[in-house]
Write a protein that binds this ligand. Structure first.
Ligand code: SF4
Length: 227
């Protein structure tokens, strides 16, 4: 994308009607409490790191029986991937000593993932390459949720100010048509002080906070800015 395309996209986004997905999540919670009076439905929750998962887990744990799904081959380099995963494991052990929350980790293959992103390597962060990256990971996780008969699926990524939660929820809507047995839980976790609660939980649990999103392109751009 050139600079004019980026400016046009930003302008279109600002003019677009934005759904308040936080309010949508509250409506769904109310419906769930009526539909499941005696037990919690099963939720597969895609998580990219402990920091982003912190508030969504707190918000969702009274409503759902949660399984966390960590499929983040986007993260470069491997040491960073290992660090984010180990922080997530530590966080889960601290908030859930009884291990009621299961964690599923898929095999790491950053070379294959980067090859998929490479045609969009010059896109600025927050545009086409990122939309494709959300969709890749959400699709893999949603397929797992469908194969394993979960009731709901969602991702924690809408908590990030750097990520487009409107787009993420549109992808969730589209995937819910592909995997109709599993409902998509619409969300915007950053709203209603979610962002603040995430920051507070990160401090309380001394969570490692990375300074770039994940892929090699965001890593390179972060390092160039520091020079
Ligand atoms: S910046 Fe983040 S969301 Fe965008 S492509 Fe890279 S890892 Fe994916």
């Amino acid at each position: 994308m050139n600079k004019e395309d980026v400016a046009r996209c930003i302008s279109l986004r600002q003019k677009a009607y934005h759904t308040n997905y936080y309010l949508e999540s509250l409506k769904t919670v109310k419906e769930i409490k009526e539909k499941y009076p005696d037990h919690k439905p099963r939720l597969l929750l895609h998580a990219c790191c402990a920091v982003c998962a912190s508030w969504p887990l707190e918000f969702l744990s009274s409503i759902f029986d949660i399984t966390v799904y960590f499929n983040n081959s986007n993260i470069y380099p491997k040491a960073e991937y290992t660090r984010r995963l180990s922080e997530l494991k530590r966080y889960l052990s601290e908030i859930d000593p009884d291990q009621s929350i299961q964690l599923i980790v898929t095999p790491y293959d950053n070379d294959a993932y980067t090859a998929k992103l490479a045609p969009m390597k010059d896109d600025p962060e927050g545009f086409g390459r990122c939309f494709y990256c959300y969709a890749l990971r959400m699709n893999q996780a949603y397929a797992y949720a469908s194969e394993h008969c979960f009731d709901y699926f969602t991702t924690v990524m809408s908590i990030s100010r750097q990520k487009d939660s409107q787009k993420m929820n549109e992808i969730g809507r589209s995937l819910s048509r592909k995997y109709p047995a599993v409902a998509y839980f619409y969300s915007d976790f950053k709203k209603a002080n979610g962002q603040q609660r995430k920051d507070d939980l990160s401090k309380i649990h001394h969570l490692y906070r990375q300074d770039y999103c994940g892929c090699i392109y965001s890593w390179q751009s972060g390092h160039q800015k520091k020079k």
